[in-house]
Design a protein around this ligand. Structure first.
Ligand SMILES: Nc1ncnc2c1ncn2[C@@H]1O[C@H](COP(=O)(O)OP(=O)(O)OP(=O)(O)O)[C@@H](O)[C@H]1O
Length: 587
């Protein structure tokens, strides 16, 4: 998208969503510009009137009244504009956040996971929260400045065309000086952005609850603090260097140029006006005020460019995301999956040299359960994310119910999953479980049944308000839960979900052995529910024993595929790993 269109885009977007407020703001800005020239002209007439008091009293009073009306209108505009703008900004921010969140939701997860996208999303939100309002102010200042400069130039040209030229010529070099300063500053901010992000991360690690324990035990606090301080010190030093190099020098140059220009232009005005018969004190007042106001407007115009640079930098990411949403490839939605087939599927994470999955061939039918085993990093989670439609393969084909998915863009209406890195929703146990299938009406009995199966019910029933007790650390009077208790809620969420597929990705890390053993029984039941494909990713080979089939992953490939008996009889990798684990328990 071309950068220069960004302000135009913003105006259009605001008009489309809140035309009345935007229109009022623009009209008030136009009025401000007109009032500015009107005041100069009236003051000139008053000075003239004062110079020749004889018989001009009525006119003088009329000009005085006009000046008062002008000042009153000016004041009203000054009160009205911020009021309308605040109103517009609050409404538009909500709208923009909604649009942005919807757009972010449509970015493929794999793209969202990469740092570059995270930075883009961060900058887009930054635009809404910190730069959108300044962009609106810039638009408003631009409009009133343009109207003011044009009308003052017309007024000055009535006396001599030299005056608007003088006003413009003295202001233009200053515009360039400021533009250069702003460009440098913008470059500096852009350069500092990754370091700022890293500094925020260090600060977060130093202050967040999750990292406190490790910071204490490994005595990392001073290490992180010195890293944080170094980064912020470097940034401050760079900003100071920038300030001395560009702002101070530029400011000095500006002051010298403007003073010299003003002395010259006013001197020239006096000489010129004294040579003509139209010379009067009022005209001199108009010329001096006119030239200085026009200069201020032109310079203010340029000063605004700093806001425009920032709005462009942060806004670029916002508009890009909103724009992308419209050109997005449609996703293929399935409510009932009877079969899913991967044909020669390969997958490579962005910016990686090697494939994480290669040549995966697999057919899964409804009412079938599959275990996925393999060493760390062999591709188990990646393949389950592909089956869930979270990642799109970079090679090969996917067929759902026998139909090829074009562009490999797959989405299910309803699937269940328990991930290794599940989320702790700082709300209530009911909501934590209900999120497993939010689009249906709440099934109270099913929530309790899911909690019973996952073992969550044993502690939830003893909470103050049971399933409606606030849990976590955010809400008032919330109850703290242990790691294992959170995990049981995450498992209950998976159990509560409906739909034609469930993926359980090693969901037992925080559970005690008794709970783990009991859960494997439940996994068996849940995966074996009718009209479902059940997938269990696990390091405990014994837990996959009950699956109809097991695949063994190694370096991104399926190296064994069969039932438990077949794999044991084959005496391959699975049987070897199984023996090793069994020995560990029996020794
Ligand atoms: N977000 C990512 N970006 C780049 N590479 C990744 C990413 N996630 C995983 N990988 C790489 O892909 C490969 C497979 O990872 P995956 O998480 O699927 O393995 P896994 O078998 O589930 O491992 P584990 O048993 O440790 O959970 C690994 O080599 C890993 O380094």
């Amino acid at each position: 998208m071309k950068k220069r269109w960004i302000l135009g885009r913003l105006i259009k977007y605001c008009f489309n969503n809140n035309g009345f407020a935007m229109g009022s703001m623009i009209l008030a800005s136009i009025l401000l510009g007109i009032l500015s020239v009107l005041q100069i002209w009236i003051v000139g007439q008053i000075v003239n009137g004062l110079g020749s008091l004889s018989g001009q009293r009525k006119e003088l009073i009329l000009y005085m009244i006009m000046l008062l009306v002008c000042l009153l209108l000016w004041k009203i505009c000054f009160i009205l504009i911020p009021y309308v703008r605040n109103n517009l900004v609050s409404k538009m921010k909500i709208r923009m956040q909604k649009d942005l969140i919807e757009s972010v939701n449509k970015i493929p997860v794999i793209q969202q996971e990469i740092n570059e996208t995270q930075m883009k999303i961060g900058r887009a939100f930054d635009f809404i929260n910190n730069h959108f309002e300044t962009s609106l102010i810039s638009i408003q200042v631009y409009i009133s400045s343009i109207i003011s400069v044009v009308s003052i130039s017309i007024l000055l040209a009535r006396y001599s065309w030299v005056f608007p030229v003088i006003a413009t010529l003295t202001a233009i070099p200053i515009i360039f000086i400021r533009l250069k300063q702003d460009k440098k500053m913008h470059e500096m901010y852009k350069k500092q952005y990754p370091n700022n992000q890293l500094a925020d991360y260090y600060l977060g690690t130093l202050t967040k609850k999750d990292s406190l324990l490790e910071l204490m035990v490994f005595q990392l606090r001073s290490h992180f603090l010195s890293r944080y301080l170094k980064l912020t010190k470097d940034n401050v030093q760079e900003r100071t260097r920038y300030f001395v190099r560009h702002s101070c020098r530029g400011g000095l140059l500006e002051a010298i140029w403007l003073t010299a220009g003003n002395v010259l232009s006013i001197g020239w005005a006096i000489i010129l006006l004294s040579q003509t018969s139209r010379f009067s004190l009022g005209v001199l007042a108009i010329v001096i005020r006119g030239i200085t106001t026009a200069q201020d407007d032109i310079i203010g115009f340029a000063f605004n460019s700093k806001n425009i640079y920032q709005a462009t930098f942060y806004g670029e990411d916002f508009w890009e995301m909103i724009y992308k949403r419209k050109s997005e490839v449609p996703r293929y939605k399935y409510s009932k999956v009877k079969s899913i087939e991967l044909r020669h599927v390969g997958f490579r994470y962005p910016h990686q040299q090697e494939n994480s999955l290669s040549d995966i061939n697999l057919i899964l039918h409804t009412d079938e359960t599959m275990g996925i085993v393999g060493e760390n990093g062999s591709g188990k989670s990646t393949i389950s994310k592909i089956l869930l439609g979270i990642y799109q393969p970079t090679e090969g084909e996917i067929l759902v119910n026998g139909h090829k998915i074009e562009n490999l863009n797959l989405l299910y209406e309803d699937v269940g999953a328990v991930f290794q890195d599940y989320v702790n929703y700082q709300l209530t146990p009911r909501e934590n479980i209900r999120f497993g299938s939010l689009k249906d009406k709440e099934r109270k009995k099913a929530i309790i049944a899911a909690a019973r199966k996952s073992g969550a019910h044993t502690f939830v029933k003893d909470l103050k308000k049971q399933y409606d007790t606030p849990i976590g650390t955010l809400l008032d009077n919330a109850t703290h839960l242990s790691g294992g208790q959170w995990q049981r809620l995450a498992v209950a969420r998976g159990f509560y979900s409906k739909g034609s597929m469930i993926v359980l990705d090693e969901p037992n890390s925080n559970l005690d052995p008794k709970m783990e053993a009991a859960l494997y029984e439940e996994y068996k039941n849940i995966m074996n529910e009718k009209n479902r494909i059940g997938i269990l990713v696990s390091h405990r080979l014994g837990s996959t024993r009950a699956c109809d089939r097991i695949i063994v992953m190694n370096q991104g490939r399926i190296v064994e595929d069969g039932s438990f008996e077949q794999l044991m009889n084959a005496h391959g990798k699975y049987s070897h790993m199984y023996q090793v684990q069994a020995e560990w328990y029996t020794e």
